[in-house]
Design a protein around this ligand. Structure first.
Ligand code: SF4
Length: 703
């Protein structure tokens, strides 16, 4: 028999946006055994390789235990006083927009809430952005353009109960594995179900595809505009839904043009027969769900891609009903929670809009704050550009590693060198960003911190602490609150714990709301500490008492969050593909692998996960490899105007000619010259500010 279990704690996996429930058994010898929570309605006991290995990643070897100022150990009082002083001084001398926070989809909703409140309501700037900008900002922008709100209409069940599942820019098998397992099981149980994978690469997800459309990079708008035209010409529209619940259909169809298969085939690189098969499948299948992820979002046309997809669902009335709808799957565990509290530079708390004076007044009144940010702040890429040019005088980075993960990563390092005062809150010394901190604050890690997260289907789950805080580590909400108090805002930030923050967040969601916004969890605003501790996973809008109380979807009967409660079709136009050119003739695509997470600071701790893929690599088509004199396993330099990596060649037909793929995880601490975001161009979508991390012109050569 193994060591005895001291306690079993129900918590949530800290990795992807599926948001799986986890049972953590803490053993008498200090080890932690992990299994899936059979009662969690998002995973029903399932876990993937990363989630199952959580117990192996809890070692304290690399942890930060004490605050540091300029590399020397300091007390919390010294560090917090200094942070408060420097932020106050910058605001006084240069104004509120001279300071910024860059936070993360890894922090909990309560941390996010406090950071957003401090920056927007008390400092008076909206310069708070998050690594979620790299993840799903284009979906947020697309949702808001179509629905008037950042609402995901459907639920995971829809992916199981549909008859046609269209996966666009989503390697679900590796990036959202438990959702993939659910789809696999549903497909096995329902032989009628069809899966179409739309991805320039042949990924592991293609194993369940009835049709794989390997379209040209960034040609999704052409594909979905063509679908809208086809649906229109085939008489497959829901005219009643269009008339009752939408505006702008005629313009969108006019913008899509005629369904000329030859033209669409040319624009997308797809065979006419495959296009016709796909379009006919969609036209004939009412129960259609379109899932989209980073292949859609991480693009300089990401927002248009999202709207081109949503247009096809509005046109057919296939939205918000069982087995139907557009569905954005987020990358991170709490990207949705961050959106709920307004943790992006262009949002306000509780899904309110920063551009809306009424919303600003509601939030300011609720917070009783001295100011409220009046315009959107700097989005991630622009924020670091501003730091590089000297405009940001004090920057606080929390739970993210931009020196490795933002595009033009070397430019980000330069920005941190140029910024006079950089605070980094993190758990580990293995994050390269830590090396640029003037003040380093040791944070509580997964297994130690306590609060809530919201997954891709709007389900709020508790992340509970199971281990004591090591050394002098403290949760992020505490660090932020302590600084806020020292900046003179004690009354508004005197929180007793995450439960108090959650209650305030829930109360704000219902404040002056009365059904005018999608996000309302005010029914949870009265939770006592013990009720917060025991909170079961809950999916909004259920807890607000809106609708029937059973309703888990939005928009089956319209009622969008626009002024006239109608959805807006967006007239999307096909843009000319970006140029590659003679010096940088290949298109670099980046993405995740199955068993690593972000910059590997946690998953890199277990050899079991490293066994899947041990080193960074570049996928190259055999024709390109031959022309470049590259053989399998050669070391290859992949270079753009921004930087270069040296990685091992995998020669494979899984990528298209003229394109290469490099995974995003490796940092210089793990493998030398493998930081691929140093190569990625910092080009962004004009609406969402999300970088196009899947399209950088590069050159390749054998080393
Ligand atoms: Fe964690 Fe995502 Fe795997 Fe679930 S699917 S166990 S949330 S990484």
């Amino acid at each position: 028999a193994g060591p005895e279990t001291i306690k079993t704690v129900k918590t949530t996996c800290p990795y992807c946006g599926v948001g799986c429930g986890v049972l953590a058994q803490v053993k008498e010898d200090g080890s932690v055994a992990i299994s899936g929570d059979p009662e969690h309605p998002s995973n029903f006991g399932r876990l993937c390789s990363k989630g199952s290995a959580l117990g192996e990643t809890l070692s304290l070897d690399d942890r930060l235990f004490f605050p540091e100022i300029e590399g020397a150990q300091a007390s919390w009082d010294e560090a917090l006083d200094l942070v408060a002083d420097r932020f106050t001084q910058a605001v006084r001398e240069y104004g509120p927009d001279s300071v910024a926070f860059y936070v993360s989809g890894q922090i909990l909703t309560e941390d996010y809430y406090v950071a957003n409140k401090l920056m927007k309501g008390f400092i008076g700037s909206a310069n708070i952005d998050t690594n979620s900008r790299l993840c799903m900002a284009s979906s947020v922008a697309g949702h808001r353009r179509s629905f008037g709100s950042d609402t995901v209409p459907g639920t995971y069940e829809d992916l199981e109960s549909c008859e046609l599942l269209v996966l666009v820019g989503s390697n679900l098998a590796w990036c959202h594995p438990v959702l993939f397992q659910r789809v696999e099981a549903a497909k096995a149980a329902n032989p009628q179900m069809r899966v179409v994978v739309i991805d320039p690469r042949e990924t592991a997800t293609c194993a369940i595809a009835d049709l794989h459309l390997a379209l040209k990079p960034d040609s999704d708008v052409a594909l979905f505009n063509g679908l809208l035209a086809f649906l229109s010409e085939a008489g497959a529209l829901d005219q009643a839904y269009i008339k009752a619940h939408t505006n702008g259909f005629e313009d969108a169809v006019a913008s899509a043009g005629a369904c000329e298969i030859n033209r669409i085939a040319e624009a997308t690189g797809l065979a006419r027969r495959d296009l016709a098969t796909f379009y006919t499948m969609v036209a004939r299948t009412e129960k259609t769900v379109t899932v989209y992820s980073q292949g859609v979002n991480q693009s300089t046309t990401g927002t248009d891609k999202v709207n081109a997809i949503i247009n096809t669902h509005l046109a057919t009335g296939r939205i918000g009903r069982a087995g139907m709808g557009p569905f954005s799957v987020t990358g991170q565990p709490n990207a949705m929670g961050g959106r709920e509290v307004g943790g992006l530079a262009n949002m306000l708390a509780s899904h309110m809009a920063i551009e809306n004076p009424k919303h600003r007044a509601i939030v300011q009144d609720f917070w009783q704050s001295p100011v409220i940010a009046e315009k959107p702040g700097l989005k991630a890429v622009d924020l670091f550009r501003a730091a590089r040019s000297g405009k940001i005088k004090a920057l606080w980075i929390m739970a993210t590693n931009p020196v490795d993960s933002l595009p033009d990563a070397d430019g980000v390092a330069d920005a941190l060198k140029a910024c006079p005062f950089v605070v980094v809150s993190d758990v580990t010394r293995a994050a390269d960003t830590v090396g640029y901190a003037n003040v380093l604050l040791p944070a509580a890690a997964w297994g130690e911190k306590d609060g809530t997260v919201t997954n891709s289907e709007r389900r709020i789950s508790r992340q509970r602490s199971l281990l004591d805080l090591p050394g002098e580590t403290r949760p992020d909400w505490w660090q932020l609150s302590e600084v806020a108090c020292r900046m003179g805002f004690k009354e508004a930030f005197d929180y007793s714990g995450p439960d108090a923050i959650f209650r305030e967040h829930a109360a704000l969601s219902g404040y002056e709301n009365r059904g005018s916004r999608d996000f309302d969890i005010s029914a949870l605003a009265g939770l006592a500490l013990s009720e917060f501790d025991g909170l079961e996973p809950v999916q909004w809008p259920q807890p607000s008492g809106m609708g029937s109380g059973e309703e888990t979807r939005f928009f089956a009967n319209g009622n969008f969050y626009t002024p006239d409660r109608k959805a807006a079709f967006v007239a999307t136009k096909v843009k000319e593909p970006r140029e590659t050119g003679r010096r940088f003739p290949f298109v670099l695509n980046t993405g995740r692998i199955r068993d690593q997470w972000h910059t590997m600071t946690r998953t890199g701790k277990t050899p079991r996960l490293a066994a899947h893929i041990a080193e960074p690599y570049v996928e190259i088509h055999p024709v390109d490899a031959k022309q470049s004199g590259i053989d399998a396993a050669d070391l290859v330099e992949v270079k753009s105007p921004y930087g270069a990596v040296t990685v091992r060649a995998q020669v494979t037909e899984k990528v298209q000619k003229g394109t290469v793929f490099v995974p995003m995880h490796w940092t210089d601490q793990v493998a030398s010259q493998a930081r691929v975001d140093a190569v990625v161009a910092p080009e962004t979508d004009p609406f969402s500010g999300q970088p196009g991390s899947k399209f950088t012109p590069v050159a390749i050569r054998k080393k």
